[in-house]
Design a protein around this ligand. Sequence first.
Ligand SMILES: [Zn+2]
Length: 197
Amino acid sequence: MKDIFFILPRKDFAIERARNFLKEKGYPQVPMPVKKHLKEYSTLYKYEDDEEEGFCVKETTGEYKVYVNTNIMEGRNTWTYAHELAHIVLGHHDDFPYNDLDDETLELLDQEVDIFVSEYLMPQYAFENYFFLKGRSAYLDSPHIGALKSFFNVSWEAMIFRLHNLGYQDKSISEYYISTYNERKQTFSRYTGFSYT
Ligand SMILES: [Zn+2]
């Protein structure tokens, strides 16, 4: 195993790779065409299993084969495809001896992948486009976060985290709005006899 001269995860490296990738692709509109992008770099195979969501193999010919578990929930597909794409674009299969890595290193490489995926699936330019078209509210309540989540086709957790990282709204505030939303909605309609959806 060759020496590793840097500390994982390489946050700036992962962000820069994701931004360059988006630039190369001409800044695609969201939801990101992840499957299309992945197919440009690899051949997709489907399999059924109860554990792993997917994995990627680099053949000695240099060809990438990505195996995607069809048992996983539909909504997770995007993230799984993006995860495998990130491993390829970040050069993990080229720079690391995948079969010899310990769990800790694999975990750190997956953290690098998460940084890439967040940047790739939820690029800042797409938020700016969204706010430009839909207007930017003073604060992002549960329905706003839900709309953004659908727009980008990601999970609640991923969206809350991304909003925090981009400085749009603190993570704890988003969590507060989401956890109290139903209660606040009921209180509001009880006082006014009016319900908003
Ligand atoms: Zn992984």
